[in-house]
Design a protein around this ligand. Structure first.
Ligand SMILES: *Cc1c(COP(=O)(O)O)cnc(C)c1O
Length: 439
């Protein structure tokens, strides 16, 4: 049963969050355009939506925020105060979380590089829950834990090799992430599990998998859980009993981007029953963790740009804004159709329109969704790009000598404050090598 009360507002086509036209214009006066605007209440609401989404699971459930999606310190701060976990993949991300007020107790560290030096560094900073994904990684973690004389909870990242229907896939035929269940070499979950169980510096905590981003069909989760169950039962036959404390099903909850996608409730509801029967079959009431970067942050944020020119070309009206794909790189890579809207008075355009950016590059044309409201676009008006809080904001690049735009956050009490200063051109020049010129 899908509880309609918990359907996210954005699913109805009514764009959220709302900002008043007056606020958008006065922030544009104060900070210049383009600027990003984050709504803190939406970040928090997304956490509750995920919790509600998996509420049919009978054990404990924890949301983990994948910091790579948006490492803005104010965004991290908002999530630390929600008491959720942090999914980190670099020591520098850990520094961000700790400096923004987070605690290493809430960190699950999933490295891609898995070096001993990296593990030593994060253990020194207090991390005690690490996900390993290679035999070398396990050896390095063991060494780092023994050297620091601490006990580390080790999870195993498995690659269940399932087909994923999503924009970014990371399972079938994709060996970069995770271990095969039984690959016949030390790089297999069975072998690594056996070693963890026999290593005093480590305590086995559970399993992790991550199937992809923007997953539109939850069937891949079901298939992965089924394979994991078979693996656990077989591993117990071979290695004796072990306790599964945590099952982390990774990220991938989808964001609408102009089309209909399943909600966390629809995805969680589909797999909760299966997870409940997994609890019965393995006899461990594990803590379920779902990670998210995209779902937790995308809808919270708009990019506010200004129309700088309009022109007719054949049937079409071309609308030029003062931002380019360099500040919306995630959308450029995935060809997302961001819902865009003219302020004030945006309405569906009666005429064919093209929305183009300020870069001198034929690729700098924005794919726009059918929900877009570009009617009434005129020079000086603002154009909002919605759902840009994930990845884009932190993938900014200075192509065309473009300084990074400022980021403003509306906090829970409705007040606005800078969450990142805009870069000025002097600073950009220096950072790009100006300060290396001989004087
Ligand atoms: C990127 C990533 C995520 C987040 O994916 P989203 O699609 O943003 O939810 C979660 N877990 C791991 C291991 C990742 O690499």
């Amino acid at each position: 049963m899908v509880d309609t009360r918990t359907q996210p507002v954005s699913r109805t086509g009514e764009a959220a969050p709302r900002f008043s036209d007056a606020d958008l214009y006065s922030l544009a006066e104060k900070h210049g355009t383009p600027y990003f605007l984050i709504d803190e209440a939406t970040l928090r609401r997304k956490v509750s939506e995920m919790e509600e989404g998996f509420s049919e699971y009978k054990g404990a459930f924890r949301v983990a925020y994948s910091v790579k999606a948006n490492f803005n310190p104010s965004v991290i701060r908002a999530f630390t105060s929600e008491g959720i976990l942090f999914d980190l993949t670099a020591p520098s991300e850990l520094v961000f979380v700790l400096k923004a007020g987070g605690s290493s107790e809430n960190v699950m560290y999933t490295s891609i590089t898995e070096t001993a030096a990296e593990y030593e560094q994060v253990i020194r900073l207090g991390v005690r829950k690490v996900v390993v994904a290679s035999y070398n990684g396990l050896v390095n973690l063991t060494e780092a834990a023994a050297r620091a004389n601490v006990k580390v909870k080790a999870m195993i990242r498995v690659n269940p090799e399932v087909h994923v229907h999503a924009e970014l896939r990371g399972s079938m035929g994709h060996g970069k992430f995770g271990l095969q269940f039984n690959g016949g070499s030390p790089d297999s979950a069975l072998y690594v599990l056996k070693r963890i169980l026999g290593t005093p510096a480590l305590e086995f905590e559970g399993f992790h998998f991550h199937l992809g981003s923007q997953i539109e069909d939850p069937a891949c989760y079901a298939e992965a859980i089924e394979k994991l169950e078979a693996f656990i039962l077989e591993a117990r036959r071979q290695l004796g009993d072990f306790h599964v404390g945590t099952l982390d099903i990774g990220g991938g909850l989808p964001v609408p981007y102009g089309k209909k996608v399943p909600t966390p409730k629809e995805i969680g509801g589909k797999i909760a029953e299966q997870l409940n029967s997994l609890v019965e079959s393995i006899g461990d009431r594990f803590t379920l963790v779902a990670e998210s970067g995209r779902y937790l942050t995308a809808e919270s944020t708009v990019l506010v740009t200004r129309v700088v020119n309009v022109k007719s070309f054949g049937e079409a009206k071309y609308i030029y804004v003062d931002a380019g794909y360099n500040v919306l790189l995630d959308s450029a890579l995935l060809r997302h159709e961001y819902p865009v809207e003219v302020v004030p008075g945006g309405r569906p355009s009666p005429q064919k329109v093209a929305l183009v950016g300020r870069l001198c590059d034929p690729l700098d044309v924005f794919p726009i969704s059918s929900r877009s409201k570009l009617g009434g676009a005129a020079v000086g008006k603002l154009v909002l790009f919605r759902e840009v809080g994930a990845y884009s904001l932190v993938m900014n690049m200075p192509f065309h000598s473009q300084p990074r735009p400022p980021v403003v956050m509306r906090s829970g009490d409705g007040s606005y404050a800078l969450a990142r200063k805009g870069q000025d051109v002097e600073r950009l020049f220096a950072d790009e090598g100006g300060d290396c010129l001989p004087s």
